[in-house]
Design a protein around this ligand. Structure first.
Ligand code: GLC
Length: 752
């Protein structure tokens, strides 16, 4: 059980689906259903046509509309607006024999209309309350718009910045991702799924999708059971314990088996060992793609393989619709198994209150009054501030005084009102973000000048197309150099287009594209006071940026209130408290790069004879990251002292306390994320050199010293053994405590 140290609750067993009334209602309904109607519930259609007009005469949509009216469709995705959802729901409820309502899903990944920071940014806050609040608000907005099922949170651990979807999850660590996963789910679902302002969550993608070989999206994945059970699965186990009511599988084949057809994952582990009572939905056409994988001969075999492996609902590839009835008639699929899948889906619909009132989420007044409210925008600003990571601040250049005589703001990204919305922008109005330039102008009282300087991308961009990078030239350089020369301080915003990361956006080179860095090098020649604000969705390669400027602030894609939040940090209205959830490399070639790596037999060391090559290293790049996992500065200065253990021996079933004193040596109150790592020095399998086991985000006032105490139990030291046991192993351990995974105090103890 993942114990959440830094949040207001521990994961509770899933209470949402255990009510006996629901169980009885489901059984009564199931008894009335024909096989065809049961198969219909496993059908998830994509709402690619416009409901608010007459159904187009295109055959496929006419046929699909007819199927909805026959009660042969369990749910839809991408049907938007209350009117469209009501119309689709009426077709299912008013016209079909049993009137079973549909469930309506959508990718509500970091907000619905009010955009929150991307999930990787939210994780950088190391604050589960940020995750909870952002999804609580996202659910209010999406559920008020008729939807009741979010295809989120994405909790795929990823260690590779080349993989574009690293922006969508919790980064490289399983424990931190688990903490965020539980909060994201609780934010969506709360304690009552029937509340018209909450929605069903969907933990995805089950599993190991983030380990795509070479960081190339949709590529094969091949991980050992040790990595699967110790790194990949823990966030999903935490999600199940937190009561997530649906799980989405993925496109990848894992160790030779496409996860959509992996019975060990979905039936043995998820539904068996973990007791998951919700339902599994396939990812977009992943059932049909079993043929493409070369896993099955044809689509009928694909339908059987996916269903037998525990994929309950099929997203839009319609193989179940075409083949499951025949498979049941032939005895190739047991009716009991079909009933189990239908039961799981019906339970969630009952819990959502859809049988009590199929239109409970269709309220046009809420759809306008509950979105883009001042409260939601304020929450987006608060969340964004907490996600920012101060990477460098030489000579305390930051914070900037609000009355500084002149600030030159440079960069296409600085004035951009769309890119900060991120890639999974749901129904955010285009260009609705507060830009960095607007945020600065709202606060600074001196002169603020602006010029684009460089142009990274053309304005017309769409999420399903490749990013239209602009023709690179130096046309804007002279203006930029001019305003930089005349200003006291320069704020230059550089980074990525929001669609350089996200689904289908892998890159072999994670340096910043175009000539933005070339311009930066010109700017620093005429003004030493240059602050770089980064806008990006992945751990970008930035040594040639960090080396030439005194201050760097990582802002990710901060959402609707991004510019205000960045200004809050730049001018000191908020003391940055974020920490990196992913390692930043010196070079893309270091990927995958992660802190919880193995030691190897010839690790990085200075002991080898100078100049010899027989040790693990690159001859053309450093081994270590430019910025390590957990790294982040503050305007305050925190010093760690006096790491003490209550004992240097720990017996099974007992607890050991580790305490440290953290002093804020500055004159500015600040929050610090105190992180605790352990190392199991030797075991039945090789163990990581560090593993994050706990953290606490604490406010430490100027000059104050806080004693932070963590409790370590044998549960914290347990890991999955090759034989499947989950337990700790006697032996020697190190404990590390610090403000990141590199700069730590160390103590030792023995597990007896
Ligand atoms: C996509 C994504 C998945 C998303 C689904 C529905 O391909 O892989 O995360 O929820 O399709 O849009």
């Amino acid at each position: 059980m993942i114990v959440l140290r830094n949040s207001v609750w521990n994961a509770q067993p899933n209470q949402l689906l255990k009510t006996s009334i629901v169980d009885k209602s489901v059984e009564n309904l199931l008894a009335l259903m024909t096989t065809t109607e049961k198969v219909g519930q496993l059908n998830l259609y994509n709402g690619t046509w416009d409901f608010t007009g007459p159904v187009p005469q295109d055959n496929s949509t006419q046929e699909r509309a007819d199927n909805i009216k026959k009660g042969l469709v369990g749910g839809m995705l991408n049907v938007l607006t209350v009117d469209a959802i009501r119309e689709a729901q009426e077709m299912a409820v008013e016209e079909s024999r049993l009137g079973i309502p549909m469930i309506f899903g959508y990718d509500v990944v970091h907000g619905y209309k009010t955009m929150m920071p991307i999930p990787l940014a939210q994780t950088a806050s190391w604050d589960s309350d940020v995750a909870y609040e952002t999804n609580r608000i996202a659910a209010i907005e999406a559920a008020s718009s008729g939807l009741n099922w979010a295809f989120a949170p994405m909790i795929d651990v990823s260690r590779d910045g080349r993989w574009g979807r690293i922006m969508e999850g919790g980064g490289e660590d399983p424990y931190l991702t688990s903490v965020m996963a539980v909060a994201w789910i609780r934010g969506f679902q709360q304690d009552d799924l029937s509340d018209p302002l909450t929605m069903a969550a969907c933990a995805k993608h089950f599993a190991a999708y983030g380990f795509a070989e070479a960081g190339r999206d949709y590529n094969t994945t091949d991980v050992s059971d040790q990595t699967l059970f110790n790194i990949v699965l823990p966030p999903f186990k935490a999600a199940v314990e937190a009561g997530v009511v649906s799980v989405m599988n993925g496109f990848n084949d894992l160790n030779g088996v496409p996860v959509t057809a992996d019975g060990r994952l979905q039936r043995d582990i998820l539904k068996g060992d973990w007791g998951f009572e919700g339902f599994v939905v396939s990812d977009f056409n992943s059932v049909g793609e079993l043929v493409t994988h070369g896993f099955v001969k044809d689509e009928k075999a694909a339908a059987r393989a996916a269903f037998m492996a525990g994929s309950d609902m099929e997203m839009d590839s319609r193989q179940y619709e075409r083949h499951l009835n025949a498979l049941v008639d032939e005895g190739a699929i047991d009716m009991a198994m079909l009933d189990d899948a239908v039961r799981r889906i019906l339970k969630v619909k009952f819990e959502l209150g859809l049988f009590e009132d199929p239109y409970r989420y269709c309220n046009k007044e809420r759809a306008t009054s509950n979105v883009l409210t001042a409260d939601h925008l304020a929450a987006a600003r608060d969340a964004a501030r907490k996600t920012m990571v101060l990477l460098k601040n030489d000579n305390d250049l930051l914070p900037i005084a609000k009355d500084v005589a002149s600030i030159a703001v440079i960069g296409q990204l600085a004035a951009h009102k769309d890119i900060p919305l991120g890639s999974w922008r749901a129904q955010a109005p285009a260009n609705s973000a507060v830009s960095v330039l607007e945020g600065i102008r709202e606060v600074a009282t001196g002169e603020v000048t602006y010029t684009e300087g460089y142009r990274l991308v053309e304005e017309k961009r769409h999420f399903i197309h490749e990013v239209p990078f602009s023709e690179q030239n130096r046309n804007g350089f002279s203006d930029a150099i001019q305003i930089a020369r005349q200003a006291e301080v320069v704020v230059m915003v550089i980074g990525e287009d929001c669609f350089q990361s996200g689904e289908g956006r892998s890159q072999v080179d994670t340096q910043l594209k175009g000539n933005q860095v070339e311009l930066l090098a010109e700017i620093v020649k005429v003004n030493p006071n240059v602050i770089v604000v980064l806008m990006n969705g992945r751990p970008v390669v930035i040594p040639d940026v960090v080396n030439i400027v005194p201050a760097v602030l990582e802002s990710w894609f901060g959402g609707s209130a991004s510019g205000n939040a960045i200004a809050d940090v730049l001018f000191g209205d908020y003391n940055p408290s974020g920490k990196l959830p992913v390692s930043f490399p010196y070079h893309t070639g270091q990927e995958p790069l992660y802190y919880n790596h193995k030691n190897g037999g010839r690790p990085v060391t200075n002991d080898f004879d100078a100049g010899k090559v027989f040790w693990s290293h690159y001859t053309d790049a450093p081994n270590e990251p430019l910025f390590p996992f957990g790294f982040g500065l503050s305007y305050s200065i925190f010093s760690y002292n006096d790491l003490t253990l209550s004992s240097h021996q720990l017996r099974s079933g007992e607890e050991l306390k580790a305490s440290v004193n953290v002093t804020n040596k500055s004159n500015m109150n600040g929050e610090e994320v105190v992180q605790l790592y352990i190392r199991d020095l030797y075991g039945s399998t090789t163990r990581p050199v560090k593993e994050l086991k706990a953290f606490e985000k604490v406010m430490i006032r100027a000059g104050e010293t806080r004693t932070i105490t963590f409790k370590i139990s044998t549960d914290d030291l347990a890991y999955y053994w090759p034989d499947g046991r989950y337990c700790a192993e006697e032996g020697d351990f190190h404990i590390f405590i610090g403000g990141n995974s590199r700069d730590v105090l160390q103590a030792e103890f023995e597990l007896l």
